[in-house]
Design a binder for this molecule. Sequence first.
Ligand code: ATP
Length: 274
Amino acid sequence: PKPKRSKHLKDSSIDFCRIGGLNNHLKMLREIIIFPLLHGNVFSHFNIKAPRGVLFYGPPGTGKTLVAAALATEITKEGIGKVAFFPRKGADVLDKWVGGSEKNLRDLFEKATKCKPAIIFFDELDGLAPVRDKQTDQVHSSVVATLLALMDGLDNKPGLIVIGATNRIDAVDPALRRPGRFDKELYFPLPGVEARRQILEVHTKTWKHRPSSRLLTALVEATSGFSGADLQALCSEAIVRCMKRAYPCLQGVKIDPDKLKVDECDFRNARLCM
Ligand code: ATP
């Protein structure tokens, strides 16, 4: 079975160094989110509006959640104060009782406002705020309207940033994509050749015996179409293969991780099971 990928949401050690192949994204986020937080006085002096919401979109496993979590750490590192991070799955905010979802949203914004600077991260935003049409039930419409109102209120709350993520940008209600709401959109593509190399480097960085440059090149060529999450899973599976090869009888042995030398064969076997 495909190894389970980790979400790292609660790991505060996730920073930009743990992200591969998204340098332009990180640079842009520095400019549009970190810069206005650091120099809020200049922005307000010249009445420049910093974006309040950013929408990440793209295929699964391309680093949207990872970048949002790392952003909180990076801002904290800038010395503005500890940034509170509120990750929520879109559907988890929904409540079966009438008015419950709207209350959950209001409570979340209120809590985050109290903890500023803060980031609210809505994963699977399309589940929470789907396109409204004649068929959409009343409940969903009311949830979207509440979210719109809360986003509009962000103007008076500098230091509170909302990030939404979705695999299906067309399924998100278009009113949320207007200026003043999620007014910046950032596409997370499947990684290309250079990005795959950087992601593999990130995930093997702590290994005592890191893959050679030649092996990395071979891996990059063999993983076209892989997401960052797939590459992470490939590395994890290769380690397991290596353990089984080095210690055929795993029971009762204490394995020294520094002695494990993951080779091409382990990666090939790992690749075959994906
Ligand atoms: P989904 O749309 O399914 O929620 P996602 O785009 O939010 O997916 P993440 O949850 O951020 O994807 O990625 C899952 C895991 O994949 C990360 O915890 C990380 O280990 C790995 N990963 C993904 N992209 C990258 C990257 N660019 N650099 C390093 N690791 C990555």
